[in-house]
Design a protein around this ligand. Structure first.
Ligand SMILES: Nc1nc2c(ncn2[C@@H]2O[C@H](COP(=O)(O)OP(=O)(O)O)[C@@H](O)[C@H]2O)c(=O)[nH]1
Ligand SMILES: [Mg+2]
Length: 389
């Protein structure tokens, strides 16, 4: 009972916000190569080598999937076969292949880099199997290598700018950092992600990526589609930038109001990967200097704060299943590069990122507490539980 309340005690301490966050950017696994099989001294038979553990890159995979697929963090490759009279050379143990997302860097427990998997180098050995038993080993199979590995997602930037073309993303990046992205009043001026660094008075730095323009249908790979959405996965904070007057991507597309644009962005991301909606998110409603902007904003403000309640007012085709919850909603005239306005935005970004890091650290703490708790439970069970005979 005491133990149960201990466990429940930990669970209640989890902050609500943390449970909302789906981003996993690091995963720790304990891997072991298989042991080598025994040799056969009488006939000089050699045992099979233990299997190796590999990580293999797979497209369109996220760390969260890896965690779900594996179920256990302790992973071991197959043991090598024993040498027998009929088969003097033992069968090698089966290798263990762990699929991980493209672009993951693998470290050992001492933060020493073991390597990175990507499309050029899709396979990396992380634990070698033990040698099969032979004369040199006294015909005993050797144990496999054992280590803890940390899979780290290489972030593209801390903040990812999300918005349809012409919303003012490049303008924002050039106002907040020294980056010089192309700015124009026609769509698709941004082809590759441009990264800018925001520096604070205390020299803290936060990177911001201006991503290639998202358009309707990106989830089915229209426009820069998947390329764009892939970049979002590698950022911590989603910063939406939306024109107060909404958008019209091209003559073929209908004009979308500001709120419709927000819902469309929401839906595109949801259709690609709903987990992304759980990331910290912030929105800037831009071009507030334009005529009628304040009136429109007064009308949409209550709805922006509570999108799910007003969802039924919109065309079903643009309704997402799950709506974004913004950590902050701001308005701006980014073009004016007003120093005070930029300062407020900078501070808000920093606040949300810090909160996220804190939650992450807290969650890691909880995990290690959980490990300790399990170890304690096992020890106590051994000490006090009745022995079954
Ligand atoms: N009136 C007004 N125009 C803006 C503002 N911010 C950006 N723009 C204009 O909107 C157009 C698109 O901006 P850009 O930053 O290239 O958009 P992006 O496609 O999202 O990167 C440019 O002509 C900008 O000058 C603003 O606050 N007010
Ligand atoms: Mg741009």
């Amino acid at each position: 009972m005491v133990i149960l309340t201990q466990v429940l005690g930990y669970a209640t301490k989890l902050p609500r916000n943390f449970r909302r966050r789906g981003l996993i950017d690091s995963l720790r696994l304990h891997v072991a190569g298989g042991a080598g099989g025994s040799g056969l001294p009488r006939y000089g038979g050699i045992g099979g080598a233990g299997g190796n553990v590999y990580v293999i890159s797979e497209n369109n995979l996220i760390l969260k999937d890896v965690k779900h697929r594996l179920k256990d963090v302790n992973l071991k490759a197959g043991t090598g076969g024993t040498s027998t009279k009929k088969g003097l050379i033992g069968v090698p143990g089966t290798d263990l292949n762990i699929s991980i997302p493209n672009g993951i860097t693998v470290y050992d427990e001492n933060r020493i880099k073991l390597g990175q998997v990507n499309s050029k180098n899709p396979k990396l050995m992380v634990a070698k199997g033990g040698k099969g038993g032979c004369e040199n080993t006294g015909y005993c199979g050797l144990k496999g290598e054992k280590r803890t590995i940390v899979l780290d997602l290489q972030l593209l930037a801390d903040v990812g700018l999300i918005g349809f073309p012409n919303a003012g993303k490049s303008t924002f990046l050039s106002a907040i950092s020294k980056a010089k992205p192309k700015i124009a009043d026609y769509p698709f001026t941004t082809i590759r992600p441009q990264i800018g660094t925001v520096t604070y008075k205390d020299y803290r730095q936060i990177s911001v990526a201006d991503l290639p323009g998202l358009i309707e249908g990106a989830h089915v790979n229209k426009g820069m589609g998947h390329k764009f959405l892939k970049h979002i996965e590698r950022t911590k904070l989603l910063l939406f930038i939306v024109d107060i007057h909404g958008c019209q991507v091209s003559f073929k597309h209908v004009h979308r109001s500001c709120l419709e644009t927000v819902l469309l962005l929401n839906k595109e991301i949801e259709l690609y990967n709903p987990d992304l909606l759980e990331r910290p998110a912030m929105i800037i409603i831009n071009k507030m200097d334009m005529e009628g902007a304040n009136e429109i904003y007064d009308e949409i403000k209550p709805k922006l704060n509570n999108l799910s309640e007003f969802l039924s007012e919109f065309d079903e085709a643009i309704q997402p299943k799950r709506v974004l919850q913004f950590d902050d909603i701001l308005t701006a005239s980014l073009k004016s590069k007003d120093a005070d306005e930029m300062l407020v935005i900078k501070e808000k970004i920093r606040f949300i990122i810090d909160k996220y890091e804190e939650e992450k650290a807290f969650a890691e703490d909880m995990n290690s507490n959980e490990d300790n708790l399990l170890a304690n439970l096992k020890r106590r069970a051994q000490q006090f539980a009745p022995t079954l005979i």
